[in-house]
Design a protein around this ligand. Sequence first.
Ligand code: SAM
Ligand code: SF4
Length: 336
Amino acid sequence: MNSTVLPSTNLIDKYGRHIDYVRLSVTDRCDFRCVYCMSEKMTFLPRNQVLSLEEIFKVAQAFSQLGVRKIRLTGGEPLVRSNILSLVQNIGLLPNLDELLITTNASHLEEMAGALKAAGVTRINISLDSLNAATFKEMTRTGDLGQVLRGIEAAKAQNFKGLRLNAVILKGRNDHEILDLLHYAMQMKINIAFIEEMPLGDVSDHDRLETSCSNDDVRRVIEAVHPLTELSMQTAGPSRYFSVAGSETRLGFISPVSHNFCESCNRVRVTVEGRLLLCLGNEHSVDLRTILRDHPDDGLLLQQTIRNAMDIKPLRHYFYEKDAPQVVRFMNMTGG
Ligand code: SAM
Ligand code: SF4
């Protein structure tokens, strides 16, 4: 593949935002069916529409050549993709990458944590919405809490640079577990982020306007018990981080619905179909799969296509705003 670096290595959109973070979805499939992410019956992509591991690697390589320093592998559930470790190893060897991250439901972490660390993964985000086996099963439809907790312990034993729990709080489902989840993170000495449910795809299970739980409410529940101090070091994107008095746990609030931090957005996503998505909450996208398949040896064309795509990155998303278009894409297709 011709992969000479273009003269400028920064991805900058027309609003001056620097894109140095990409999330690559490596599969739309998953062994869970979380109620906020998928509908109960899902149709997954036919194999020929899914990028091969080699094609995903070419995309990762192009982004790193364009100046991206941080790559997250996600999905669907990244650890159910066969041979995922070979892709992780190859991306881990890319020069100039500061961070290689994975977001997982932890169902396969118990057996894979060591190999992921050896392959160069620096941080892992693990989804955990309940510590009650029955509620966990209800929320994931198929998940086994014990297996996930063993996965978290296995990851903890590997001393990754960072481990963070992700919890999506739904009113009437798991909103009574906010403190339990925080206390579990504190006891494990890992970080935790509470994520607002986003209206992506028609999930059929519940009316999102009824279950939607603002992080302002989650924060009130926590602050009634634990003094929080906002951290001066913040990452770009829709998250705000706090320290919890008397603990090493860093607490994050990811609030794409109640707050809009799009002005500091530093990221784009690539779906496993090879669609470069410029914004989580909009459909603006560019097809990379055609470039990868019609010009498999032209790394420069791939880089140029990615650079040009920055011009259509929307200013912001419009969740629940009047006349806002409904995003039909489910989160498992999006690469969360
Ligand atoms: N399967 C992996 C997992 O669950 O960690 C990775 C993919 S999942 C789509 C990535 C993250 O998106 C998870 O933390 C999940 O809780 C979150 N998520 C899924 N659907 C969401 C939605 N509608 N709104 C907000 N977060 C969502
Ligand atoms: Fe699967 Fe993750 Fe979606 Fe749950 S949130 S269904 S684990 S992709």
